[in-house]
Design a protein around this ligand. Structure first.
Ligand SMILES: [Zn+2]
Length: 100
């Protein structure tokens, strides 16, 4: 059980709360230096993350998640790294129900 619990908390630790403004995880793989350099040069008017994109299906309510909504990415598998997505509100509701 200890292993299971540890893994659960490991997952919680690496849950990335995107809150709909940072775009998908794939967008964040570029180095920070590179991103900062791009920011200094010229801010793009229309950024990819500003567009509403389909992210995936919420694992709780099964509704589609769009990138302009608040959502979280949960690590599903590590090799290869795949993600489950959930609305932030759905995850929070589920988490609260577990603690009652
Ligand atoms: Zn949902």
């Amino acid at each position: 059980m200890l292993v299971v619990n540890s893994f659960y908390y490991f997952l919680l630790t690496i849950i990335t709360i995107l809150l709909g403004q940072n775009g998908l995880l794939e967008d964040k793989k570029g180095t920070h230096l590179e991103q900062n350099a791009n920011m200094r040069k010229k801010p793009k008017k229309t950024k990819l993350q500003d567009l509403s994109r389909l992210v995936g299906e919420c694992i709780y309510c099964k509704e589609k998640i769009y990138s302009d909504q608040s959502f979280v990415a949960l690590i599903k598998t590590l090799e290869p790294t795949t993600y489950n997505y959930a609305h932030y509100a759905c995850m929070k509701a589920d988490d609260e129900s577990k603690h009652k």
